[in-house]
Design a protein around this ligand. Structure first.
Ligand code: PEP
Length: 242
């Protein structure tokens, strides 16, 4: 069970450090893995703030090249040098706003894993694709691209994040999440997180689904109390799953 918080473009170094320290004091990580994903400039402060705890610090992306003319990008070796444990790759905001494709996502996943990072690769359909009955086709294509590049790598995690549920307050029904996760697992058998308006109030029922192995949390990861409550739900769900 992994509960990961995606901070997106929130929390500079000062806030990241104090948040990380407060979170480390607020969560019990026995039986659950906890990760936070700050912006690049806040990674060092988050690492310092989590020192002595089991909380992992992951970046929000990673480039496939080691060095080169790639303005604005950061390599896996650079993340490792800072002490970062892994990275999110292919978040829908990266795909929709910054031109990421299945191919660039696969290249980033491959390079990150090869460097020894843990990678959370994001997939998920738009509302139009869901309404058009294309969920299976989209997920098979997106997960298939990752599977073709790296297979069921031990350090790979998939996050199923239906785009219509991200930051909208609209959550997939537990049955919808379970159905999508089972489909993904049939293509690539690695841990699968659900993401999309996960909150303290809905976390337990989502995390209790048999093929939901954790959560990728956006908005509710920005406050210590709400994120800690989701971590607790993860502990409870993990305990009942055994
Ligand atoms: C996300 O950005 O990965 C996400 C799931 O956001 P939210 O929880 O705010 O919907």
């Amino acid at each position: 069970m992994l509960i990961a918080g995606n901070w997106k473009l929130f929390k500079g170094p000062g806030e990241a450090g104090s948040f990380a320290r407060a979170l480390a004091g607020a969560v019990d990580t026995a039986g659950v893995e906890v990760a936070i994903c700050p912006p690049y400039v806040s990674l060092a402060a988050a690492l310092e703030g989590t020192t002595g705890s089991d909380i992992q610090v992951l970046a929000q992306s990673v480039h496939w090249a080691e060095t080169g003319a790639f303005t604005g990008e950061v390599s896996a070796a650079m993340l490792k040098e800072v002490g970062v444990a892994g990275a999110i790759v292919g978040h829908s905001e990266r795909r929709q706003l910054f031109g990421e494709t299945d191919e660039t996502v696969a290249r980033r996943v491959e390079a990150g894993l090869a460097a020894g990072l843990r990678i959370i690769a994001c997939v998920g359909e738009t509302l139009a694709e869901r309404d058009g009955g294309q969920v299976e086709e989209v997920l098979r294509r997106q997960v298939g691209a990752v599977a073709a590049a790296v297979g069921a790598h031990a350090q790979l995690v998939i996050a199923y994040e239906p785009i219509w549920a991200i930051g909208t307050g609209r959550t997939a029904a537990p049955e919808q999440a379970q159905e999508a996760h089972a489909l993904i697992r049939a293509v690539l058998d690695v841990p699968i997180l659900y993401g999309g308006s996960v909150k303290a109030e809905n976390a337990l029922v989502l995390l209790s689904q048999p093929d939901v192995d954790g959560a990728l949390v956006g908005g509710a990861a920005l406050e210590v109390d709400s994120f800690a409550a989701i971590v607790e739900a993860g502990r409870a769900a993990a305990a009942t799953k055994g």
